[in-house]
Design a protein around this ligand. Structure first.
Ligand code: SF4
Ligand code: SF4
Length: 423
């Protein structure tokens, strides 16, 4: 997969993994006894919460913390709230996790979704935001954002992952059906779908324009797709939505099609699990399932200092707990044995220039990181283009001194946003 060049002055060429030819149904993981869902809102002890320990919940029931909350999640099973507490992500953002004890006598009962009419994106955002694939309804329902193109991702944004390719080809008819529903909901005129250019399969997506994407990393990242296929260059600090383009996972469309067809919310997430020896397992698990249940199914033992990465090797984020729940936007989980984890260092930059040569956004990364190391976030943005970074992670991959460049950059962007919000 990874071909490092022999001559150090040329760039390493990283190729995406291609889908296996035999698209078997994913293996289903049984619904566990205890599940956890995340709610992107911190607990406010001065307010009376709408949920409490011991409350009965129905499958598909919308859960929010307070009367005036806009953030919500939905219960993937019928059962009882066992616990809700604060959760902090890797940048210290506080959210709430809700643990639900499933009631096995009710797990297959009809769920309580309020199916919005097919022409009301705001109502869809009120009830369907948490479908597997995490449809970006918050963006599509926002009157201040004018979306003119929806790009369905049938390609994966990181190496080793093949979940999006799998879903878009295995469930092609449901992707098309979901796109029709989304078109009615949003009235967006143009729909495209990204497919790997070297995929040896016939694809037909009716009126959806097919964008064939190079298999060289990082061609599948939104900024690259926009530049290479939609003639749109994202300016520093902008998002695709600022250019009228919205990206959506193929799986979100499959979930939408199934929800409208069955009139029930769906909670089955397709995931690719890559074990320590590189074996790939394609599974289907209920949102909220602890990863430890999936690891146990495949006899994957997590030892001290092994690393669990949510996402791929270039852009993924490590989690500290094997009990992290399956999320609506989780496509790939990699387990790395502690003995093969690449070592980082605190050596200084040796000015080899590799990071600059490889950066697709032409950022002088070696200079940028000097500012980030001393918390000079505004200067890093103004002088060295911090906000032009497309988060490909290539600079960290090639760094001679093994400086965790991408981690510095991610933290720098986060701190910059926080500084500006505070200001
Ligand atoms: S992660 Fe590194 S190589 Fe990639 S765009 Fe950002 S600075 Fe450039
Ligand atoms: S690749 Fe690493 S060592 Fe080389 S110039 Fe960039 S930061 Fe410095």
């Amino acid at each position: 997969m990874i071909k490092r060049s022999f001559f150090s002055l040329s760039q390493p060429r990283l190729a995406y993994d291609l889908l296996e030819p035999d698209l078997k149904e994913p293996e289903s993981i049984p619904v566990p006894a205890i599940l956890s869902v995340l709610l992107p809102e911190p607990i406010d002890n001065t307010k009376q919460a709408l949920i409490k320990k011991g409350d009965a919940v129905k499958k598909g029931e919308k859960l929010k913390l307070y009367d005036d909350s806009t953030a919500y999640t939905t219960s993937p099973v019928a059962g009882t709230i066992k616990l809700f507490d604060s959760y902090s992500d890797d940048f210290g953002n506080i959210a709430t996790f809700i643990t639900i004890k499933a009631d096995p006598t009710q797990v297959s009962e009809a769920n309580t979704i309020n199916l919005p009419p097919m022409d009301d994106i705001k109502l869809a955002d009120q009830f369907l935001r948490k479908l597997p694939g995490a449809p970006p309804f918050e963006i599509l329902a926002n009157d201040e954002i004018k979306i003119t193109t929806i790009v369905i991702t049938g390609t994966d944004t990181d190496l080793l992952s093949t979940t999006n390719q799998f879903v878009s080809l295995k469930y092609m008819d449901e992707v098309k059906e979901g796109a029709k529903i989304l078109k009615k909901l949003t009235q967006v005129p143009k729909f495209c779908i990204t497919i790997p250019e070297n995929l040896d399969t016939k694809v037909s997506f009716d009126t959806i324009e097919v964008l064939k994407i190079s298999n060289t990393y990082p061609s599948t990242l939104p900024a690259m797709i926009m530049k290479d296929h939609l003639n749109t260059v994202m300016s520093a600090g902008q998002t695709p939505e600022d250019s009228g383009i919205c990206f959506i996972r193929a799986e979100a469309l499959v979930s939408l099609a199934r929800t409208y067809k069955t009139k029930k919310a769906v909670f089955d997430k397709v995931l690719t699990i890559i074990s320590k020896n590189g074996t790939r397992h394609r599974i289907r698990a209920t949102i909220g399932t602890p990863l430890s249940k999936i690891f146990a199914r495949f006899n994957i033992n997590i030892n001290e200092q092994d690393r669990i990465i949510i996402g791929g090797p270039m852009r993924g984020v490590a989690t500290y707990t094997p009990h992290h729940p399956v999320l609506a936007d989780m496509d790939t989980v990699i387990i790395q044995d502690r003995d093969i984890i690449p070592q980082l260092s605190d050596y200084p930059c040796v000015n080899c220039g590799k990071c600059i040569r490889i950066c697709p956004a032409n950022i002088p990364v070696n200079m940028l990181v000097r500012y980030l190391e001393v918390d000079q976030y505004e200067n890093a943005a103004d002088k060295f283009d911090l906000e032009s970074c497309i988060d490909c992670g290539l600079c960290a991959y090639v760094c001679t001194a093994r400086i965790p460049l991408h981690q510095y950059i991610r933290l720098g962007k986060h701190e910059l946003l926080t500084l500006r919000a505070d200001a």
